[in-house]
Ligand binder design. Structure first.
Ligand SMILES: [Zn+2]
Length: 211
C-alpha cells in the first residue's frame, strides 16, 4: 500500500564539534550555515543510528556532520546535546530487530507480522509527522491521471528516521551495508555492494590507488 511520499528538508552540520560531557550526555555546537538536505523517500541509515556507540564522540560528530541533529536543537546560536539520542536509538533498535544480521551481506526482514513493532513506533512521541494532501500525477498501469496524494512531513530528523523504519517494516525491504561508506541501504537487487553510484566510483578509484 502507498501512504504518500516521505520528505525531509533539514540541515547537516559539517562544522559540528563536541564542547563537553556531563555523565553520558555530550553537548555539541556548530558554526556556519550548515548544509541543506532534501531527502525524498525513506532512508535505511536509520539503522546506522540504531547502532551508534554513544560513548564515542567521533561517531556522534560524524552523524551530526553528515545527517544533522536528530532533535533539531542545533544552530549556530544554539547548542544541542545527546540527551534524547539513546531513547531514539533504542526505538530504532526494536525496528532493526525485525531484520536478520547473522548472514551478511544481505539483511532480510523476516518478521512477517511486524505490525506490533510498527505500532510501537507510531505510539512514540518521536514519531511526529504531518500529512499534507496535494494533487499529483498517479500512474495506473499505462495511464496517468491527476489525483489526491499525500506528503509525509516529519517534524525533525528523528521523526524522519522513525517514519523511514515504519515504511521499511511495512514494505519488508531487504537491506545491506555499503562497502564504501558503511551506511545501510535498501537492496533493490541482490548482490549490490554500494549504496550509490558515487560510492561505487569511490571504491573503484581507491582500489586502483592501492595497486
Ligand atoms: Zn555508500
Amino acid at each position: 500500500m502507498e501512504f504518500g511520499e516521505l520528505i525531509w528538508k533539514g540541515r547537516a552540520w559539517p562544522a559540528a564539534e563536541i564542547v563537553g560531557r556531563t555523565g553520558e550526555t555530550f553537548a555539541f555546537r556548530t558554526s556556519g550555515k550548515g548544509r541543506p538536505l532534501e531527502l525524498v523517500g525513506p532512508a535505511a541509515w536509520w539503522r546506522n543510528f540504531s547502532e551508534l556507540n554513544f560513548d564515542n564522540s567521533d561517531a556522534i560528530v560524524d552523524f551530526l556532520r553528515r545527517r544533522g541533529d536528530p532533535f533539531g536543537q542545533l544552530s549556530p546560536t544554539t547548542q544541542g546535546d545527546t540527551g534524547g539520542w539513546k531513547y531514539l536509538s533504542g526505538l530504532l533498535k526494536l525496528a532493526a530487530s525485525c531484520w536478520t544480521t547473522i548472514i551478511p551481506p544481505t539483511s532480510l526482514c523476516t518478521e512477517f507480522d511486524n505490525g506490533y513493532v510498527i505500532e510501537a513506533l507510531l505510539a512514540s512521541p518521536m514519531f511526529d509527522v504531518t500529512f499534507v494532501p496535494h494533487v499529483a500525477e498517479i500512474r495506473i498501469g499505462a495511464s496517468v491521471r491527476r489525483g489526491l496524494n499525500m506528503h509525509i512531513i516529519p517534524k525533525d530528523l528523528g521523526a524522519y528516521m522513525v517514519a523511514s523504519a515504519a515504511l521499511h517494516l511495512e514494505n519488508h525491504v531487504d537491506m545491506a551495508v555499503c562497502e564504501q561508506c558503511g551506511d545501510w541501504f535498501v537492496l533493490q537487487r541482490r548482490g549490490t555492494q554500494f549504496c550509490s553510484p558515487s560510492c561505487r566510483a569511490a571504491h573503484s578509484t581507491s582500489k586502483k590507488e592501492r595497486r
